[in-house]
Design a protein around this ligand. Structure first.
Ligand SMILES: NC(=O)c1ccc[n+]([C@@H]2O[C@H](COP(=O)([O-])OP(=O)(O)OC[C@H]3O[C@@H](n4cnc5c(N)ncnc54)[C@H](OP(=O)(O)O)[C@@H]3O)[C@@H](O)[C@H]2O)c1
Length: 328
């Protein structure tokens, strides 16, 4: 038996319970001790049944990735298999083809906190667009964990200008220290915010969009119509939808400018594509090139932490294992 977070209803927070330890069933699978697992937005949508990959099957153990110790003692970062047995547990069955080794001594909490928010823009810029150093990037929704990472990653990969847009002024102010060259506030009247975006960001080559919904819908034409050369490509990468699941794309946007709309996430990039990007991203995180704001809790506190909002820009990481708890 093992302790795990269990979701029995999509309306309630997971509870910490004793359950059967899962067993590997394929030759590529092993049972790992989970050292750290991040509470990402994707985990919340998995646990409330709203994610587009949700199968509605309950009960489930939430958690989509983590850092674990393999039976041979090797540390690894892994993405959970697509089953109802996730990573918020003392042990998890993982598919070795969805894991990469980690150097001994790396901080499991740092990796568990950073990988999901960081991979959203890292994978998008490497796999979904032909990003070139020197290009200009707008991060729409730059105040969240993924947006803050996107600002840093765009700069790390050679963007000549990074524009960060979001609502929360305190977090917007902190973006300059992460590499943002220009900050645009989306607070207040949505039309006025879209106008501000058009004035500040009409020359960008790439938009990394975590918002979608009205802010994205309203920003498209102001950005495109004020471009000095509308035939110069602008690629909009749809990654998150914290402001709404749908956005009406103005037809004129697609006709009147060289405007490309793509998405990046599970499905549009293959699992093998993600895994191929992990080592370089892990190197960047472990080398301290990406600032990560994490806060960790024992998994036994999952229910209360789930119901309490995380602090400003913080990524919650659960510690299911005694090994990591001792080390912290
Ligand atoms: N496709 C992928 O590979 C991938 C990977 C990771 C994350 N995601 C998605 O990306 C999105 C962001 O994730 P995250 O990890 O950054 O979440 P997060 O840390 O919770 O941040 C969400 C941010 O969105 C802001 N926000 C919410 N509603 C807004 C609105 N209407 N207008 C402007 N800002 C708004 C919040 O700021 P305030 O409320 O303070 O203004 C907060 O800063 C989520 O949809 C997540 O599922 C996708």
């Amino acid at each position: 038996m093992m302790f795990a977070a269990i979701v029995r209803s999509f309306d309630c927070a997971p509870k910490y319970e004793l359950v059967d330890t899962p067993e590997p069933s394929e030759s590529s699978e092993v049972l790992v001790d989970v050292l750290a697992a991040g509470l990402h937005n994707r985990v919340r949508s998995q646990a409330n049944g709203s994610h587009y990959t949700s199968s509605d099957k309950l009960p489930l153990i939430p958690g989509i990735d983590g850092v674990g110790r393999l039976p041979n003692g090797q540390l690894a970062y892994f993405v959970a298999p697509d089953t109802s047995l996730g990573t918020f547990a003392e042990k998890a069955v993982i598919d070795l083809r969805r894991s990469v080794p980690l150097p001994e001594g790396v901080d499991p909490v740092l990796i568990a906190a950073a990988m999901n928010p960081a991979m959203s823009s890292w994978v998008a810029l490497h796999r979904r667009v032909d990003f070139q150093p020197g290009q200009k990037v707008l991060v729409l929704g730059a105040t969240g964990n993924s947006g803050q990472m996107a600002v840093q990653i765009a700069k790390l990969l050679g963007a000549s200008q990074v524009i960060g847009a979001g609502r929360d002024q305190n977090r917007l102010n902190s973006l300059s220290a992460l590499g943002a060259d220009v900050i645009v506030s989306l607070a207040g009247d949505p039309e006025a915010a879209a106008k501000r975006l058009g004035e500040a960001a009409s020359e960008v080559d790439i938009v990394i969009d975590y918002l979608w919904g009205k802010p994205a819908e309203l920003a498209m034409l102001p950005l495109l119509t004020q471009r000095s050369d509308r035939s110069r490509k602008l690629t909009w990468i749809q990654i998150g939808s914290v402001a709404g699941p749908t956005a009406a794309v103005p037809s004129a946007a697609l006709r009147s400018a060289n405007f490309q709309l793509v998405g990046s996430g599970q499905g549009s990039v293959s699992t093998a594509g993600y895994v191929a990007e992990f080592p370089a991203l892990i190197d960047a995180i472990s080398a301290g090139k990406l600032q990560v704001n994490s806060v960790s809790f024992p998994l036994s506190q999952v229910e209360e932490v789930w119901n309490a909002p995380a602090g400003m820009g913080e990524r919650v990481v659960f510690i299911p294992s005694v090994e990591t708890e001792r080390a912290l």
